[in-house]
Design a protein around this ligand. Structure first.
Ligand code: CMC
Length: 434
């Protein structure tokens, strides 16, 4: 973090005592500055209060930068548009983990390393069989990823840089296998082993959609779209699941358990679960004629209905990922010759919402999940797998952020404080007198 420059501070005054406290302002390389309140409690006896962390920076980071007002997303300085159209997911993973894009040799070596780790320990198959057949694949993901720590003891010592690296590679490499097996288990088909002569995205499609009794070749258009979806979801700075991974990891917990915690957080409909919710919403709306009714419901404070896939905590402009996803969505539907009425409905909904003053005033734009559901449906993924794909792609972001935190010599256990509103001390009343 950059140093404080003299006179670059804010002064807080406690009006009860008249005492003032100078809090330094720290400047990053881009984005808003922060008020450094680390000494606030020791000097003033007060905590800050910011439920939902709307004004709170929890760490410093050099991985991902978002300017929500301008609709900018950059990884290590490179725009998401460039990465999504000129790079591939493996090179994006390398960039997130190492800070630089790989040269040809580094790229080849990284792909080989990831490929080397794609298989799961054979005893993990028994673990899958313990789940109910109708389990949600995200529930299986949380369980199986957490269980990795029971199978790979040689990569759980977070103080050893080599073990940290192996854990990172294992997580990125095994996640497609874990995700595909969650799907296969649910539909009662045999697990398909990874095929290491395929690319990361193609291998995932192969494990998901092939069966041992038939040949399978994914269309290059689908492979490209899959890879692009992975890039678009690779990292997104300090969102709920990434902060969960950091908080879990701050206690020194093992990496597999931390990523399982991130998956649990991602599952919620306000976060990664939104892509699944978008499709349910479009199906619920059913027809263009019903759009005005649902727009009115979304605007009604007394109605819990929200337009899923709209709005974002950080983006107050078009989500740049949604713009790329929208383009990909059209390409895939065209190449597959799919004429999906839900896409037409989605586009009409987008048009109506964007021209409505409520959405304009509140700066509610489509987010990445608005289009990812439609593209994934066209690719034949069942709705229950949508968030699983998000988790698969985001694993590299979680791992990169976790590593950055562990490797920061100043990192501390995360331990927020609270404004207590409960009872003061009360006299204990024996049960017979209550
Ligand atoms: N439909 C209708 N009204 C909305 C919506 C929406 N989708 N999103 C926000 N609003 C309104 C909200 O009612 C509030 O109005 P008011 O100021 O009058 O109370 C105002 O806009 C601000 O909303 P907020 O809930 O305070 O904003 P937030 O930053 O806490 O929430 C959000 C962000 C993403 C949870 C929210 O926009 C939302 O629930 N969107 C739908 C779910 C969704 O698409 N989530 C995916 C996020 S992108 C993928 C990811 O990164 O995980």
């Amino acid at each position: 973090m950059s140093d404080t420059t003299p006179n670059n501070s804010v002064t807080l005054t406690d009006n009860r005592t008249g005492k003032s406290f100078d809090m330094p302002i720290l400047d990053g390389t881009s984005g808003p500055s922060v008020i450094d309140i680390r000494k606030l409690y020791s000097e003033s006896g007060c905590f800050t209060y910011d439920p939902g962390f709307t004004s709170t920076g929890s760490c410093d980071s050099s991985i991902t930068y978002i300017d929500g007002d301008k609709g900018i997303l950059r990884h290590r300085g490179y725009s998401i548009e460039d990465l999504a159209t000129k790079s591939d997911y493996m090179d994006t993973c390398y960039l997130l983990l190492n800070g630089e894009l790989p040269n040809k040799d580094q790229s080849k070596e990284f792909k080989q390393t990831i490929t080397y780790h794609t298989m799961l320990h054979e005893q993990m198959m028994n673990f899958y069989r313990g789940f109910r057949r109708d389990s949600h694949p995200m529930a299986i993901m949380v369980g199986v990823v957490g269980a990795l720590s029971a199978f790979y003891h040689d990569s759980t010592d977070i103080r050893d840089p080599n073990q940290r690296l192996i854990a990172s590679h294992r997580l990125i490499a095994k996640m497609p296998t874990i995700a595909a097996y969650a799907y296969k288990y649910a539909i009662g088909q045999p697990f398909v082993y990874p095929k290491n002569d395929l690319s990361f995205a193609e291998n995932f499609l192969h494990m998901t959609f092939s069966v041992p009794c038939e040949d399978y070749k994914a269309s290059p258009a689908l492979v490209r779209a899959m890879d692009r979806i992975f890039i678009l979801h690779a990292d997104h700075e300090q969102n709920a699941s990434t902060s969960t991974v950091r908080l879990a990891g701050s206690s020194g917990a093992n990496p597999f358990a931390c990523i399982a915690a991130g998956i649990a957080s991602l599952w919620g409909p306000a976060h990664g679960g939104a892509n699944e919710a978008v499709l349910s919403m479009l199906q619920q709306i059913g027809h263009k004629d019903n759009i005005p009714k649902y727009i009115e419901r979304a605007k009604d404070k007394n109605d819990p209905f929200r337009l899923m896939g709209f709005g974002h905590r950080v983006y107050k402009n078009y989500d740049p990922r949604a713009a790329v996803m929208r383009e990909s969505c059209h390409e895939v539907l065209e190449e597959l010759g799919i004429n999906d009425p839900l896409l037409e409905l989605a586009m009409e909904l987008e048009r109506v919402a964007l021209s409505d003053p409520y959405f304009a005033e509140k700066k509610l734009f489509p987010n990445v999940d608005f289009y990812s559901g439609i593209i994934l449906r066209a690719m034949n993924f069942p709705t229950s797998m949508f968030t699983v794909l998000f988790a698969l792609a985001r694993t590299v972001g979680w791992v990169a952020q976790w590593k950055e935190m562990i490797e920061d010599p100043h990192h501390k256990i995360g331990r927020p404080r609270q404004l207590f509103l409960g009872h003061e001390e009360r006299e204990f009343i024996p049960v017979e007198k209550r």
